[in-house]
Design a protein around this ligand. Structure first.
Ligand code: ADP
Ligand code: GLC
Length: 486
């Protein structure tokens, strides 16, 4: 099966979160399963620098009238060697900041053009008008940045077109732009209506993807249910409930070539997952020293590797900070996000330097080292479509403490008496996203941490979890096959 994957971030070329991990690892797993996959990504300068074996293969012209020609570059994804297409258009993608925001954290004002072009190119390269002979049978789009691709295909009304799949990684980000964007992007006005891509007097890229794709998927079964109702549907619950028959939840996987402590080149002390006791102790001691935390193997080390915002429940962490400190636990935070939360964490660290360390910023290396050193990964997300860090935590012997939502509900088993006795418990989970429930769960986890035998049981159950991509990739293959057979 020929599949074109369109995404706005792909590990290891450009990453702000889990979308990049999925867009890097899933195509590789699909290729392993015998599929003929290509990945389409904007040619951000960072991506052009890191991509291997670049060569220009076609011109895409200037379809959106930005005053600059876009070129199609063929390359390979480092690591997996998956074929990659980059849209080289420096006028849109050669920027100093990240993929979506400038260096000050403001959204680029031309994101409708930047991701309009990504969507347009994904659609165009899937049709008979493509300058390339290879054309996909399935176009697989991801998140709002690619939502207009199925809309372009609909608008062009061609005799021959691929089947389309749209995957929601996070419905909270919808890509809303003023109405006049419709003509700016060459889309027909008759699609700007409630049954089309209009959303409360704006053009919604995400809604376009949901309305005009043949199938919609999201990244866990539980989230697929949650988004069919408020508040998780973020206003699109009605549409999703209507499309329930075409909506599937397929859990993400973990890329164990990148996230396994025995092969992790970010660690000075690599260890086999099964040897987590000695392996983690060495990594913990090293990290405590480096971060200025008290050199205490018996102090439970809580870690956070996350975007810092309320959706991730980071305000709840600040709210229960006094209880965390009171129990003699340590906290190491790596993240960026809302200024108030960044400042809140920094203030706690300043006041308690031997118990709390905070690194505001993005660091792939430190993320891996925290996984290896930590005792618990804290994820009190208010909602979490899938979440990937809990998978990584398992493999490193780090126990996740999570809110029961989305993919966290599907993948973390709370430590109850039964769970402990049967060896199925893999973490600590709380039902209601409030500070009280979270605090009680942290206290439960810390109490069990001090009962070493029990704690080892929970760690061991986590270490042996297998969230490799092969199973999920097969689910996507079944979906593609079902679509093209229909
Ligand atoms: P989301 O995509 O919602 O941010 P996920 O759990 O799916 O959440 O994926 C987050 C990914 O981003 C993980 O690979 C995690 O390690 C990484 N990550 C998040 N924040 C940082 C950071 N500050 N530095 C390095 N990696 C980070
Ligand atoms: C999104 C979600 C996260 C998910 C990731 C990859 O960023 O917030 O839960 O794991 O996409 O699908």
């Amino acid at each position: 099966m020929r599949v074109l994957f369109a995404s706005s971030e792909v590990y290891p070329l450009v990453k702000t979160g889990g979308l990049a991990d999925v867009s890097g690892a899933l195509p590789a797993a699909l290729a392993q399963a015998g599929q003929d996959v290509r990945v389409l990504l904007p040619g951000y300068s960072e991506a052009l620098t890191k991509a291997e074996g670049k060569r220009q293969i076609a011109s895409l012209g200037d379809p959106l009238g930005v005053g600059a020609e876009a070129k199609l570059i063929s390359a390979k994804l480092p690591g997996s060697g998956v074929p990659l297409w980059l849209i080289d258009c420096p006028a849109l993608y050669d920027r100093k900041g990240g993929p979506y925001q400038d260096e000050d954290g403001s959204e680029y004002t031309d994101n409708h053009l930047r991701f309009g072009l990504l969507s347009w190119a994904a659609a165009h390269l899937s049709t008979a008008g493509s300058p390339i002979k290879w054309r996909p049978e399935v176009l697989h789009c991801h998140d709002w940045q690619t939502g207009l691709a199925p809309a372009y295909l609909q608008a062009w009304d061609l005799a021959e077109r691929p089947k389309t799949v749209f995957t929601i990684h996070n419905i909270a980000y919808q890509g809303l732009f003023p109405a006049e964007t419709v003509s700016r992007l060459g889309l027909p006005w008759d699609m700007y209506q409630m049954a089309g891509f209009e959303y409360y007097d704006s053009l919604s890229f995400l809604k376009a993807g949901l309305v005009y794709s043949d199938r919609v998927t999201t990244v866990s079964p539980r989230y697929a249910k949650e988004i069919q109702a408020a508040p998780h549907g973020c206003g699109l619950e009605g549409l999703l409930a209507e499309r329930a028959a075409d909506l599937t939840g397929i859990i993400n996987g973990a890329d164990y070539a990148v996230w396994d402590p025995s092969v992790d080149t970010n660690l000075t002390h690599r260890y086999k997952p099964a040897d987590f006791i000695t392996g983690k102790a060495a990594n913990k001691a090293e990290l405590q020293a480096e971060l200025g935390l008290a050199q205490d193997p018996d102090a439970p080390l809580l870690i956070i590797v996350s975007r810092l915002n309320d959706l991730k429940g980071m305000d709840l962490v600040l709210a229960v900070m006094p209880a965390i400190l009171r129990q003699g636990a340590q906290l190491a935070v790596l993240g960026t996000g809302d200024k108030a939360l960044e400042d809140g964490f920094k203030a706690v660290a300043d006041a308690n330097p031997t118990q709390v360390a905070v690194k505001i910023g993005y660091s792939e290396t430190l993320a891996h080292r925290l996984m290896a050193a930590g005792d618990m990964l804290v994820m009190p997300s208010r909602f979490e479509p899938c979440g990937l860090t809990q998978f990584y935590a398992f493999r490193y012997g780090t126990v996740p403490v999570v809110h029961v939502t989305g993919g966290l509900a599907d993948t973390v088993v709370d430590t109850t008496y039964d769970g402990l006795m049967t060896g199925t418990a893999t973490g600590f989970a709380f039902e209601h996203a409030n500070a009280g429930a979270f605090q009680w769960t942290v206290e439960r986890a810390v109490a069990m941490f001090r009962q070493k035998d029990q704690w080892r049981k929970v760690q061991t159950a986590g270490v042996y979890q297998d969230f490799g991509w092969d199973r999920s990739a097969n689910r996507y293959v079944q979906l593609y096959n079902g679509l093209t057979a229909s």
